[in-house]
Ligand binder design. Structure first.
Ligand SMILES: C[S@@+](CC[C@H](N)C(=O)[O-])C[C@H]1O[C@@H](n2cnc3c(N)ncnc32)[C@H](O)[C@@H]1O
Length: 269
């Protein structure tokens, strides 16, 4: 059962929860950086539209996806119809990096888009793979990022998350607006892929954009329960759920950071 800790973090598994930061993530940044993060929260071109369906660019995206299910994402990137794109690192990703609570090792960002979060997480301790189905997104990300000082600590791969076969598994998968972008009929397959791609002790972090009143997508309706419904059957439990206090303006109050781990199966032999 979920319970609320004094830090505002919902803890599920006592043992795992102990390894999480004692303070809410938002307090881990120095005051000046918290302010900068808040100011940066206005990013993205649909900040005036809290309801995605009222944003003309989301309507345009949905039209593109309906007209070309196979290549729709690539078309949206080619035509610059990317209303989700913040044009900067997601503030809470910076916070996770700076708080020291992000696992080290091999990191996967499925549906990485422009790649800002990929670059922000990449360091000598973390090799980050940004995965994208859209060739034009990959091209843009590579053009923007390939000469950055940490360029040998990340890579962009053009492939379909549902069929891609990497040589090595990952210590962390970070999902932000990928789960809500894919058709809900693919959610069980998404969870199965998370299980296949993560090392047994790896962690899944979902930055969950909660939406509930959309008649269509993307983005499709999603709740924390929707993640649990598909992750629990493949062996994952939620170890912490925290409000994202520095979500971008239009998503404020609508985002949660979920941390998930595989259940430990005890052998009685
Ligand atoms: C809503 S966008 C989110 C992008 C990024 N995570 C962000 O927050 O800015 C979803 C992204 O997933 C990509 N995508 C959709 N289906 C995919 C698939 N099957 N495999 C890999 N990427 C996919 C799209 O091209 C798109 O860039």
């Amino acid at each position: 059962m979920l319970r609320l800790s004094r830090t505002g973090v919902y803890l599920r598994a006592q043992g795992l929860a102990r390894s999480l930061p004692e303070k809410p993530l938002s307090t881990l940044l120095p005051a000046t950086e918290r302010l900068t993060a808040r100011m940066a929260c206005g990013g993205g071109d649909e900040q005036r539209f809290r309801d995605p369906a009222s944003n003309p660019r989301v309507v345009q995206l949905r039209e593109i996806m309906k007209s070309d299910a196979k290549d729709g994402w690539n078309k949206s990137w080619e035509e610059g119809v990317t209303p989700w794109d913040l044009g900067q690192t997601t503030p809470v990703v910076l916070q996770l990096v700076q708080s020291g609570s992000l696992p080290k090792g091999r990191i996967l960002v499925p549906g990485c888009g422009s790649g800002y979060d990929v670059v922000a997480m990449a360091s000598a301790e973390r090799f980050v793979v940004g995965l994208e189905i859209a060739s034009s997104a990959i091209k843009k990300a590579k053009e923007r990022c390939s000469s950055l000082p940490n360029a040998n600590q990340f890579t962009f791969v053009e492939a379909d998350f549902f069929t891609w076969q990497p040589k090595e598994k990952f210590d962390l998968i970070f999902d932000y607006t990928f789960f809500c972008a894919i058709d809900p009929s693919l959610r069980s397959a998404w969870a199965e892929r998370i299980r296949e791609l993560l090392k047994p002790d790896g962690e899944l972090i979902t930055l969950i954009y909660l939406i509930s009143d959309q008649k269509e997508g993307p983005p499709y309706n999603n709740t924390v329960d929707d993640y649990e419904k598909v992750l629990n059957p493949v062996g994952f439990s939620c170890v912490a759920i925290e409000d994202n206090e520095i979500a971008v303006e239009r998503r404020k109050g609508s985002e949660k950071i979920g941390r998930w781990k595989q259940h430990v199966t005890k052998s009685f032999l």
